[in-house]
Write a protein that binds this ligand. Structure first.
Ligand SMILES: [Zn+2]
Length: 265
């Protein structure tokens, strides 16, 4: 059986470490690199529920997109049972479950988060449009009306709801940024895009979308990134045929939507 170290090395072939942003924390972050893995769980995030699911399923390894520790949103100074994050880390360590996290290196990788998102939305020959290489842009086969494209985005990503603001133009040249890529809106405009699909956009970005001349679509963080899990699973299954790889069944979109019936508006 492959060791966790060998699986980490293979995943860095899929998504080279050099692609990660300076502030990021990627690779084998938790556990014993020499441990052999028989079962592996793949999930976008390592939540407490995902950890329990992996332990119950007899996994020695969890591979996630978002880092389990020490990145922008989760700084670790202590590892204690009486803190929310510490208890997750100690639970996995005591159960001998390792964590490998492939984050911004998987965002920029060929065939990674953004290539998958672009292809899922029908963007042909997606190319990079940011200095960091994070997003992708390209042309749809045919221009579409914005509501029609919003429906396509929602249905192809399995969204429960989509927030959007139109610039009064059809959708033809589209930029995508899986996860929170709102900071690249101006790069999308400069790349000649009429539409930008990403997540975690701010109120002010929607307010100014028309003036900037770009249709903005916030399809949600989870729906725009989760499709990469299938790519990671397929890669591991091919590289390590004896390794049993499964996707987390418990980890789903955390955000729910409530819509008023605005008939007549
Ligand atoms: Zn993300």
């Amino acid at each position: 059986m492959p060791t966790v170290r060998e699986i980490e090395a293979a995943l860095f072939e899929l998504a080279p470490r050099e692609g990660a942003m300076d502030w990021d924390n990627v690779g084998h972050l938790l556990g014993d690199p020499g441990q052999e893995a028989i079962r592996c769980m793949v999930a976008l995030d390592i939540t407490h529920a995902v950890a329990e699911e992996a332990i119950a399923a007899g996994c020695q390894l969890i591979v996630s997109h978002h880092p389990i520790m020490n990145c922008k949103w989760s700084q670790v100074q202590t590892v204690r049972d009486d803190t929310f994050q510490g208890s997750l880390l100690t639970r996995l360590l005591r159960a001998n479950v390792s964590a490998i996290c492939m984050h911004t290196n998987l965002d920029v990788a060929e065939g990674g988060v953004n290539d998958i998102l672009a292809r899922t939305l029908g963007i042909r020959n997606p190319e990079r449009f940011t200095g960091e290489g994070v997003g992708r842009c390209g042309w749809l086969a045919e221009p579409m009306d914005l509501p029609e494209f919003v429906r396509l985005v929602s249905r192809s990503l399995g969204c429960r709801g989509v927030r959007y603001a139109g610039a009064g133009k059809p959708v033809h040249r589209v930029a995508v940024g899986g996860g929170a890529c709102g900071e690249f809106e101006d790069s999308a405009v400069r790349a000649g895009c009429d539409t930008f699909v990403t997540s975690d956009l701010s109120y002010h970005q929607f307010v100014d979308a028309k003036a900037k001349g770009i249709n903005l679509i916030d399809a949600g963080h989870f729906p725009t990134e989760d499709p990469v899990c299938e790519r990671v699973i397929a890669f591991l299954a091919e590289r390590f045929p004896a390794l049993q790889v499964q996707k987390s069944a418990s980890h789903k979109e955390a955000i729910q939507y409530y819509m008023e019936d605005m008939e007549g508006e």
